[in-house]
Design a binder for this molecule. Sequence first.
Ligand code: HEC
Length: 148
Amino acid sequence: MTSSCRAMLVLVALAAAGCADFERGSPAMRDSTNATQDGSVRAEDAGVTVDVSIERVSYTGQVYPLLLSLCRDCHRMGGEATTSGFVLGGDSLADYPTIARLSSSTRPAESRLLAKATGQGHQGGVVISAGADAFEIIVQWVQQGLRP
Ligand code: HEC
């Protein structure tokens, strides 16, 4: 083995060690923010650790599929509600602004989306009853900041 080759090996070993150190350090860095990646929040007070798990509602995984299955029969181009301000094209990203516009961050449960869905002045009648799982999922999503 030539000396330059050995030097390369040493460099590779050093680089690997450096990476391992960095990986060991990063969870500690995350901890210092008190928020973990799964959305749970850890509060440390007087030596007591409390784990409060907050379930993060997913727009693409929960809210959007729900609206598609419950509302899109009427709320699509050519559907019964085609002239309303709530028409779903079928693409979660493209439809996001429409859905967000009909949601109230200050009063999530009173969002126009939910008022209509629960039958308040809605030609489509009662599609979701207040307090039903679908209702709660949408309310929580609005409360959590309408994350796309
Ligand atoms: C059976 C058909 C039908 C279904 C299903 C339906 N709607 Fe509607 N919706 C209508 C019609 C027709 C209108 C337009 C007249 C009115 O405002 O009631 C409307 C209007 C609305 C509006 C008002 C939009 C605007 O212009 O501001 C909202 C919001 C709405 N619906 C939400 C929903 C939601 C959310 C769902 C599903 C959970 C849903 N609707 C399901 C028929 C339907």
